[in-house]
Each structure stands twice: as structure tokens, then as C-alpha cells.
Design a protein around this ligand. Structure first.
Ligand code: KG4
Ligand code: ZN
Length: 339
């Protein structure tokens, strides 16, 4: 079964074709970073307009790259939420219209389920059950995963998401949007000098709170001359604080659930220092860790095609309604067995 995947929830227009036995066939992505850069963040209306311009040409490109005809496509998966409403509607309306024209089923996929299942696209995929750490621009969640659609939330951020904390801290350090990868680059030039807290690790529980790290960044910045080295040292301290906090909470989640598999996904999971910290922790716990390849950590069409393909295979489809939900708790998703 060939499934076309469409992702348009935020600032990336991404399309892929996944085959349920042959695997990933083709994928492509257009990043809107140049559009939003001068505003220092995503401008929702510009995002929607750019998705409208780019989506259909990208679909044509991917279908051609896959050496397929539209009539070969058996189903369409699109990101139905959470995300920016206008941006989601572009993907939803396009997917629904194509599915109607091609007389095939379409399904709205949860963006974070897409991230969670991205490691399934790799050669050595994780087996259920596992603990998933989802760290993106909008979410920080620890989830006990028993199967597709069987998600039990163990803990989440009470304020800023991990990616949001990276982006806001990067802005304070004078780095351009999107700040996460730039902050990581700057941190690689820094050294141990400032000590930032590991928020909420001194009490039991699996909740996160990253917003306090902004105050630490601001105070540290004001205590220096704000030279390039000062900023690199602050970036270093911030990054280590996030990495150690995530690692402490993941260790707790593994111990609490008595599971031995950790899956880490979402844009922030591309961060090498965070990967290294988590890797070291699971080794000590005699557990295993799985990440998507770096390009599938951040938003992409392949993860949506994969997640949708599993639901379509299980016979799940939706009616002709153009379904998009800017807010959508993962625990509301159907299990694969519930048809
Ligand atoms: O998953 P994603 O592409 O989009 C959302 O669903 O939000 O995640 C984007 C987030 C942004 O906050 C970005 O700064 C962060 O992931 N990010 C990183 C890195 N690459 C992307 N944060 C830290 N280090 C990175 N290497
Ligand atoms: Zn995402």
C-alpha cells in the first residue's frame, strides 16, 4: 500500500511516499525559515500562504521521484493537529480534495504521534512497549507507549517546551530564529563556567519546567560583558542543564514503568549533547535507546506517511470532513485495535 504523507502544521511543508512493505520511497521538504527569519519567529498567516504555494508542487515532485503515477497511491495521511490552524487547514483541504478526486481513503494524523513513530522508519526499529520522550518546539512529554494509539502520559512541561526554551534562550543570546540548532552550535564553543539549575529534579515526579532557565540566562548575561565567549559559556551551561534534566527524568520514567526501551523524538532530539547524555544514562540502566535519523527528528512528511499508513492498514479512515485540530491531546487517539 502506497501512502502519501503531508505535513504542514508549522513552518515546514513536507511530503513523502511510504510503502507498507517496501518502506520509505521518497520524501522532500521545503523550509519556510527564510520567510519568518526577519520576524524572529513563525508568522502564522505567512506560513499558511507559503504552504498554499508550495504543497501541490511538492506533491507532484515526490510522486515523480517515487516513479509513481497518482493512480498508484492507495491512501493519504496528513497532519490534522496540533499546530497552526491556517497551516493545518492547507494540508487537510489538499489531502481531502486529492483523496476525493483519486477515490482513496485519507486520514488525519496527530503530529506528535508522527514524531513518536519516526524511529520506526529506521533499519532497527524499537519494539513496543517503550517509554517515549517527545521534545519539540511545542511539546515536552514522557509517554508510556504500549502500542500505536496506546499512550499514557507520564509527565509533561508545566510551562515552556524544551524547543521553546532553546529558541527563547537563543534569542536572548542574540541568535537568529530558529534558535535551537544555533544555540547548540554556539554551546560547542563554550566551556564549563556557569552552573544552571536542573529544574524540578529535586522532587519526585515526571513533570518538567524550563521557563526558569531564561531568568538564569538573563542574570548570567548581565553579570558579564556579553563577549562572544561569555555567550558561548552561557549556551554551554543552558544546554547541559536541559540535557541533564531530560536524562534524570527519563531514568525515572524507565524505573517507574520498569521498561527497558527509551525512544526519543521531536526536533530537540537532533541535539547531539542531549543524545549523548541520554545514551550514557540508558547504558547505566542496561536499557536501549532509539532516535530517528537527524533529518526525521524535526518535522518531515515521512513520519506522517508512516503513522497514517499504520492506521489505514488497520482500516481506520475518516469521513469527508476537513478535519483539523490546533489542540489535540494524544490520549484521545484511537488504539490500532479499535478499528
Ligand atoms: O519537532 P519540530 O521540528 O517542530 C515542532 O513540532 O515543534 O521541533 C522544532 C524545535 C525548535 O524549537 C528547534 O529550535 C528545536 O526543535 N531544535 C533543536 C535542534 N534542532 C531543532 N534544539 C536544540 N538543538 C538542536 N540541534
Ligand atoms: Zn514537530
Amino acid at each position: 500500500m502506497y501512502v502519501l504523507g503531508i505535513e504542514s502544521s508549522c513552518d515546514e511543508t513536507a511530503v513523502a511516499v511510504y510503502h507498507t512493505t517496501k518502506g520509505l520511497i521518497a520524501h522532500t521538504l521545503y523550509s519556510q525559515i527564510p520567510t519568518h527569519k526577519e520576524y524572529g519567529g513563525v508568522v502564522p498567516e505567512l506560513a499558511s500562504r507559503d504552504h498554499i504555494r508550495k504543497l501541490v508542487p511538492l506533491i507532484k515532485t515526490v510522486v515523480a521521484d517515487a516513479q509513481l503515477n497518482p493512480s498508484d497511491i492507495d491512501g493519504i495521511a496528513y497532519t490534522a493537529g496540533p499546530g497552526l490552524m491556517g497551516a493545518l487547514l492547507v494540508g487537510a483541504a489538499t489531502a481531502r480534495s486529492l483523496a476525493w478526486a483519486w477515490q482513496i481513503p485519507a486520514i488525519g494524523v496527530h503530529h506528535m504521534e508522527g514524531h513518536l513513530l519516526a524511529p520506526m522508519l529506521e533499519d532497527n526499529p524499537p519494539a513496543f512497549p517503550f517509554v517515549a520522550l517527545l521534545i519539540s518546539g511545542g511539546h515536552t512529554m514522557l509517554i508510556e507507549v504500549r502500542g500505536i494509539g496506546e499512550y499514557h502520559l507520564l509527565g509533561e512541561s508545566l510551562d515552556d517546551a524544551a524547543g521553546e526554551a532553546f529558541d527563547k534562550t537563543a534569542k536572548m543570546l542574540g541568535l537568529e530564529y530558529p534558535g535551537g540548532p544555533k544555540l547548540a552550535e554556539l554551546a560547542s564553543l563554550g566551556q564549563e563556567r556557569f552552573k544552571f539549575p536542573r529544574p524540578m529534579t529535586d522532587r519526585p515526579g515526571l513533570e518538567f519546567s524550563f521557563s526558569g532557565l531564561k531568568t538564569f540566562t538573563m542574570n548570567a548575561l548581565h553579570a558579564t560583558e556579553q563577549s562572544p565567549q561569555d555567550k558561548a559559556d552561557i549556551a554551554f551551561a543552558f544546554q547541559i542543564a536541559v540535557a541533564e534534566t531530560l536524562s534524570i527524568k527519563c531514568k525515572r520514567a524507565l524505573q517507574q514503568t520498569q521498561l527497558k526501551t527509551l525512544v526519543v523524538a521531536g526536533g530537540v532530539s537532533a541535539n547531539l549533547v542531549i543524545r549523548q547524555h541520554l545514551q550514557k544514562m540508558v547504558e547505566k540502566e542496561a536499557a536501549q535507546i532509539y532516535f530517528p535519523r537527524p533529518e526525521f527528528c524535526t518535522d518531515n512528511g515521512a513520519m506522517i506517511a508512516y503513522a497514517g499508513s499504520q492506521r489505514l492498514l488497520a482500516g481506520q479512515t475518516q469521513n469527508l470532513e476537513i478535519f483539523a485540530r490546533p489542540r489535540w491531546p494524544m490520549e484521545q487517539l484511537l488504539s490500532l485495535c479499535s478499528g
